[in-house]
Design a protein around this ligand. Structure first.
Ligand SMILES: CSCCC(=O)C(=O)COP(=O)(O)O
Ligand SMILES: [Mg+2]
Length: 227
C-alpha cells in the first residue's frame, strides 16, 4: 500500500515554462547585484564557497564566481550553490507579487484527495528546499505549504542517483514499497525504481518513448489506492 507520495516540481506539478521563462530569467537579472550586496551574509558566503569548490576554482574572484553562476543558469546546471542562491533571490519576486508559483489545475485537487486518503505528501526537487517552500507558499492557489510533511533537495543526493531515494525513504521512515515518486524525467524514475519505489511519469507534453514507467497526463489519473 502506498503511504507517502513524493513529487517532483518542474514538469510535474508546474509548467517547465514557468521555471525557464519566469524564475530563471528573474534570478539571472538580479544575481549580480544580490551577490555583491550579500556576499558576506553566511548563507550567501556558503553558497559561493560551494560554487568555487564545484567549479574547481577555489581562489576565484567574486566576478569570476558570478560569471560561473550565470553560465550555470544558462546550462540549467543543478548546482547546489546556484540553487541555494536562486531560492534567496526568488523570495523578493514572490513576496512583492511579481509572480506566483505555477501549478497545473489538476494538482491541488489531487493533493487534497490523496491527503484525505491518508497519504503523506513530500516534495523532491533540484530547487532548494527554500525555493520549494516559496513556490508552494506563493502558488497560483495560495499557500499550500501545510499540505506537505516534508521537502527534499539535492542535500539528499542528485535526482538521478538511486542512493538519494534510499536516503529519502530512510528519512521519511517508510519502506520503499510504500513510496510513490512522481516525475516527468524517466532517469529520475529509473533511480527511484532501482531503490524499490513505485513510480509514475507525468507527460505534460510529448510522450517519452524511452521510458519504462507508467505514464499519465495529469494528477487526476492517479489513484494511489490502486497501485
Ligand atoms: C523549486 S522551484 C525551481 C525549480 C528548479 O530550480 C529546478 O531546477 C527544477 O528542478 P526539478 O528537480 O523540480 O525538475
Ligand atoms: Mg521535473
Amino acid at each position: 500500500m502506498i503511504r507517502a507520495i513524493v513529487t517532483d516540481i518542474e514538469g510535474t506539478t508546474s509548467d517547465i515554462r514557468f521555471v525557464h521563462n519566469v524564475l530563471f530569467p528573474y534570478a539571472r537579472q538580479h544575481l549580480t547585484a544580490f551577490v555583491r550586496e550579500h556576499q558576506d551574509d553566511a548563507p550567501v558566503a556558503a553558497a559561493l564557497a560551494a560554487v568555487r569548490e564545484e567549479s574547481g576554482a577555489a581562489q576565484a574572484s567574486l566576478d569570476e564566481v558570478i560569471a560561473t553562476l550565470l553560465s550555470y543558469i544558462d546550462q540549467d546546471r543543478k548546482s547546489p550553490g546556484l540553487k541555494a542562491l536562486q531560492g534567496m533571490i526568488w523570495r523578493d519576486g514572490y513576496v512583492s507579487g511579481q509572480f506566483t508559483g505555477h501549478l497545473y489545475p489538476d494538482v491541488l485537487p489531487a493533493f487534497e484527495r490523496w491527503q484525505q486518503q491518508g497519504k503523506a505528501l513530500y516534495v523532491y526537487s533540484s530547487g532548494s528546499v527554500a525555493a520549494q517552500k516559496l513556490l508552494f507558499g506563493y502558488s497560483d492557489e495560495g499557500d499550500l505549504t501545510s499540505l506537505f510533511s516534508g521537502y527534499f533537495d539535492t542535500g539528499v543526493g542528485a535526482k538521478r542517483e538511486t542512493q538519494s531515494y534510499r536516503n529519502i525513504a530512510q528519512q521519511i521512515g517508510y519502506a520503499p514499497s510504500e513510496l510513490l515518486f512522481l516525475s516527468d524525467i524517466h532517469q529520475e524514475l529509473d533511480a527511484a525504481a532501482e531503490a524499490g519505489w513505485h513510480t509514475l511519469q507525468l507527460i505534460r507534453g510529448e510522450a517519452d518513448s524511452e521510458s519504462r514507467h507508467r505514464q499519465v497526463n495529469d494528477f487526476s489519473q492517479i489513484n494511489p489506492e490502486s497501485i
